[in-house]
Design a protein around this ligand. Structure first.
Ligand SMILES: Cc1ncc(COP(=O)(O)O)c(C=O)c1O
Length: 368
């Protein structure tokens, strides 16, 4: 028996349902280019995410690159962001020819420390790009206040935050834009996919052009765009998966509670506190291994691996410490981010995880 446990497992609709749903493509032969299913999914996701405008994209990374491009920041401008994230966030900034200015994070939830942002603002700052890491919402109110005061744009990397609500409102309503990822490993997937939520229709139109090579009309290209359109097979996967999203989230919630209950009394094992103002999507199960724990983070990672269990040191190293970025940008004290990064481990977590699998992991952590 294969007893391997991977960190996640993609949610998939019943096979017959997907096969039935893609059949019409063999009549229409319309496979991409903002087809019927692209448009249908875009509208359904806009409703589900409870946002005014949504542009469907080929993946979360291109969603972020184009969301940044849409605002037309001058080359070399500074963007305040977090290093405690997936590399995509920093890549998207740098690939837009902007300078990342890394801000420290809060130990309580891993999101950008909003009290440290103001000190990093200079006359070259144009935007703040925070991350709702693990689906933990940033302090959107304070960040907006700072942005208003200094006339900065706020673009949220909400790749982890599909379906998260803050004070009852879809998380994609905050800031000037928010990007989501629908990668196969995410809470909700379209195999590969993503989207940008924006508040103003003009940005929806801008993104429509940018994801289609900047083509305005048959003979006119008005700006330098990319190819970031979601194809019809992915859109249909998204439509099928969307029918099950509430069940998926409920299954995740049950497993999340089980982990929390089982791990709560172990010395040196800490989990992030869930804010009451957020309705969670239970996207990941990150655990902090503190100094007084019987095992270090790296030892636990190895021990799990020896037992055929594949956790992830998610996010280690910090993006600012990666070879391609190290020593290239402003030196800022990232003490808390660095500490979190050295303690964090994401345990395997998915909606179909069996109790026996969770118990195997818990027993290793409990040393029992
Ligand atoms: C924080 C963060 N931002 C951006 C992305 C990029 O999303 P995608 O993999 O859909 O391109 C990811 C995804 O993996 C992510 O975790």
């Amino acid at each position: 028996m294969d007893d391997k446990i991977l960190v996640t497992r993609s949610s998939m609709p019943p096979y017959e349902e997907y096969i039935e749903a893609i059949k019409p493509l063999w009549d229409s032969h319309w496979l991409t280019n903002m087809g019927k299913y692209h448009r249908e999914l875009e509208e359904k996701l806009r409703e589900y995410l409870d946002v005014p405008e949504l542009s469907l994209m080929v993946n979360g990374h291109m969603a972020l690159e184009l969301a940044i491009q849409a605002f037309g920041f001058p080359e070399g401008s500074e963007v305040i962001t977090t290093p405690f994230t997936f590399i995509s966030t920093t890549h998207a900034i740098v690939r837009n020819r902007l300078q990342p200015v890394f801000c420290d994070v809060k130990e309580s939830d891993g999101t950008i420390d909003e009290t440290k942002i103001e000190d990093l603002i200079t006359e070259n700052t144009v935007a703040i790009i925070p991350v709702h890491v693990y689906g933990n919402a940033c302090n959107v109110e304070v960040i907006q206040k700072i942005a208003d005061q200094y006339n900065l744009k706020v673009i949220y990397d909400a790749a982890h935050a599909f379906g998260v609500k803050y004070k009852g409102k879809g998380i994609g309503n905050y800031g000037d834009a928010s990007i989501f990822s629908f990668h196969a490993t995410k809470v909700y997937n379209t195999i590969e996919g993503g989207a940008v939520a924006v508040n103003e229709h003009k940005y929806y139109e801008k993104l429509y052009n940018l994801k289609n090579f900047g083509i305005q009309g048959e003979e006119s290209v008005t700006e330098v765009g990319a190819n970031a359109k979601m194809n019809e097979l992915c859109a249909i996967m998204g439509l099928c998966n969307l029918r099950y999203i509430n069940d998926t989230l409920e299954e995740r919630r049950k497993r999340y509670d089980f982990y929390i209950k089982s791990l709560k009394d172990i010395r040196g094992i800490k989990t992030f506190v869930k804010s009451k103002e957020i309705s969670s999507n239970y996207a990941y199960f990150p655990v902090l291994i503190e100094d007084d724990c019987w095992i270090t983070r790296d030892q636990l990672y190895d021990k799990l691996k020896e037992n055929n269990i594949y956790a992830r040191k998610y996010f280690f190293p910090l993006t600012s410490d990666q070879i391609c970025f190290k020593d290239k940008y402003k030196k800022i004290c990232l003490k808390k981010a660095r500490r979190l990064s050295s303690q964090i481990i994401c345990l395997p977590f998915f909606d179909t995880m069996e109790e026996e699998q969770m118990t195997r992991i818990i027993n290793i952590i409990k040393q029992s």
